[in-house]
Write a protein that binds this ligand. Structure first.
Ligand SMILES: [Zn+2]
Length: 102
């Protein structure tokens, strides 16, 4: 959803998620600007975080696929070939993020 909000190409950003990260000491999702030094894409995403999360949750919830597809949770950039991605899990995480922010 960030490319729609920041008016950029999906190849301009990257992401990484992990169950545990040494710097955050917990489960972590990183979204980073793919340009060296950054061009402000992630700043836009930070400022629109609630909208970004709500839009992502709605996109996943409304996708008619059963367990995840390129239209909702899969990415052509996934370094793990989309194997660890889980539609229901993604929806749950996004719903909890929205609940926690309210
Ligand atoms: Zn789908």
């Amino acid at each position: 959803m960030l490319p729609l909000i920041a008016m950029c190409d999906r190849w301009d950003i990257g992401g990484l998620s992990t169950n545990a990260h040494g710097q955050t000491l917990g489960p972590t999702i990183f979204i980073y600007d793919g340009h060296p030094g950054g061009v402000g894409i992630t700043r836009i995403g930070f400022r629109a975080f609630e909208t970004l999360v709500a839009d992502a949750r709605r996109l996943i919830a409304e996708c008619p696929c059963a367990s995840g597809c390129p239209s909702c949770v899969q990415s052509p950039k996934c370094g793990n070939l989309n194997e660890p991605l889980h539609k229901a899990g993604a929806r749950e995480v996004l719903e909890r993020m929205l609940t926690r922010n309210n």
